[in-house]
Design a protein around this ligand. Structure first.
Ligand SMILES: Cc1cc2nc3c(=O)[nH]c(=O)nc-3n(C[C@H](O)[C@H](O)[C@H](O)COP(=O)(O)O)c2cc1C
Length: 208
């Protein structure tokens, strides 16, 4: 198998897995920590700014996160919307852990002051690099038998604020996403079979 095929097999293995438990995962906390370290070490960033920050919450701290999510949803949403979303939050809480993904605005501001001409593109690039980190960790955790799904509770500013306060994180860290992980209750499968829009409409190969 050519080396890129091994890489694509790993990518194909990644799914959004929502049915997760908090049972002792098949890999240790140390291994999970190492996967997140390797992700943060090896993911690329614009001008090598290395602005992404990760916080791994497991067990009671993970549960606390989703208690915050539930309370903030209740506060922010009309009752029917809260009623629809609350069971999802309980599903995340039932998992084993969450990786919180941040961008450090202090690191981005330092890059901006060195490159003022780029300031209009740096917020986009910060999103790009954060997404790359999320994707690498998601793929790696699922290669080792865990399941994961990606959430964005950042639509509620008070959620991000309470997260920073609860774990006393630097106030320059901006929360981008939450990668929920745990032992798949029912194997590593997609909730819905994935459909693929025609590649001919999505990829152009020019000049051959
Ligand atoms: C940028 C981005 C944002 C996403 N946001 C969410 C989200 O907020 N909640 C969620 O459940 N899934 C989210 N997803 C997961 C997608 O819905 C999912 O990847 C897609 O439907 C394909 O399914 P698969 O992950 O099983 O391949 C997101 C994915 C991406 C790439």
């Amino acid at each position: 198998m050519a080396s890129a095929d091994t890489f694509f097999a790993a990518i194909e293995n990644r799914v959004s897995c929502y049915s997760l438990t908090n049972k002792s995962p098949t890999i240790s906390d140390d291994r999970i920590h190492q996967i997140i370290n390797d992700t943060v070490k090896h993911a690329p960033s614009a001008f090598n700014v290395q602005s992404t920050r990760a916080v791994v919450l497991v067990k009671q701290d993970h549960e606390k996160l989703w208690d915050i999510g539930d309370a903030q949803l209740k506060k922010a949403m009309p009752e029917p919307a809260y009623a629809a979303l609350a069971p999802k939050v309980q599903g995340y809480k039932a998992a084993y852990g969450t990786v919180l993904w941040f961008e450090d605005q202090a690191a981005l501001d330092a890059l901006k002051s060195k490159n003022p001409g780029l300031q209009h593109v740096l917020p986009d690039w910060a999103q790009h690099t954060n997404g790359m980190h999320q994707f690498i960790a998601w793929t790696a955790l699922e290669l080792e038998g865990l399941g994961a799904n990606l959430q964005h509770y950042t639509f509620m500013p008070d959620f991000s604020k309470e997260v920073l306060e609860t774990w006393d994180l630097p106030r320059t860290w901006v929360l981008h996403a939450q990668l929920v992980f745990g032992q798949p209750a029912d194997g590593l499968k997609r909730k819905l079979e994935r459909t693929y829009a025609p590649l001919e409409e999505r990829v152009k190969f020019i000049g051959a």
